[in-house]
Design a protein around this ligand. Structure first.
Ligand code: SF4
Ligand code: SF4
Length: 167
């Protein structure tokens, strides 16, 4: 583990209105690294993530029907989440129904990794949009993949490659 303090706000990002490419990025959090440890401690065991229409379609395309995985949102939960159409079902212990334990390798695996929902692709990062072309990049500090020695540096390249094209 690297000795870097974790701030909740990592960076402010301005996008070009036409190309949507990054025009300017101001980092508050320097030298941050990330590599998922496959611990599934927080991201996959705290209730199923909310799903967009596109998430639902992607999961259906690999052979699941909506009844297998979709938990509709109540009207109350919908408030303020206009793009969300439901959430993934979870087991009684709160873990996502697509979480599997690989005993041979002693790691947790997502059984729909290639089509996992947008929020799963982003975790432990969050994008708080201030306008269509400006957002604040935040992180969820309890994730065990942050500040690890062999992690990828969270810089402009990382944001462009892993966080901007996940929807
Ligand atoms: S994203 Fe973080 S909490 Fe989730 S499995 Fe990876 S290291 Fe663990
Ligand atoms: S879909 Fe995969 S990555 Fe997302 S919560 Fe479920 S097991 Fe975890």
């Amino acid at each position: 583990m690297l000795n870097v303090n974790l701030n909740e706000n990592i960076a402010e990002v301005a996008l070009h209105p036409k190309t949507k490419r990054i025009m300017k990025m101001a980092f508050h959090q320097k030298h941050l690294r990330f590599k998922c440890q496959r611990c599934a401690t927080f991201c996959c065991k705290l209730g199923g993530p909310k799903l967009t229409e596109r998430d639902i379609e992607r999961i259906k395309q690999v052979g699941y029907s909506a009844e297998d995985f979709l938990e509709p949102l109540s009207n109350r939960e919908f408030k303020g989440l206009p793009v969300m159409r439901g959430s993934l079902k979870n087991r009684e212990d709160g873990s996502c129904i697509f979480l599997k334990f690989d005993e041979e390798k002693d790691i947790h695996k997502c059984s729909i990794y290639n089509v996992r929902p947008t929020l799963c692709r982003l975790y432990p990062f969050e994008i708080e949009k201030a306008s269509p072309y400006f957002f604040v990049l935040k992180l969820i500090p309890c994730c065990r993949g942050l500040n690890v020695q062999r992690g990828k540096m969270v810089n402009e390249k990382f944001v462009a490659k892993y966080l901007l094209n996940v929807t």
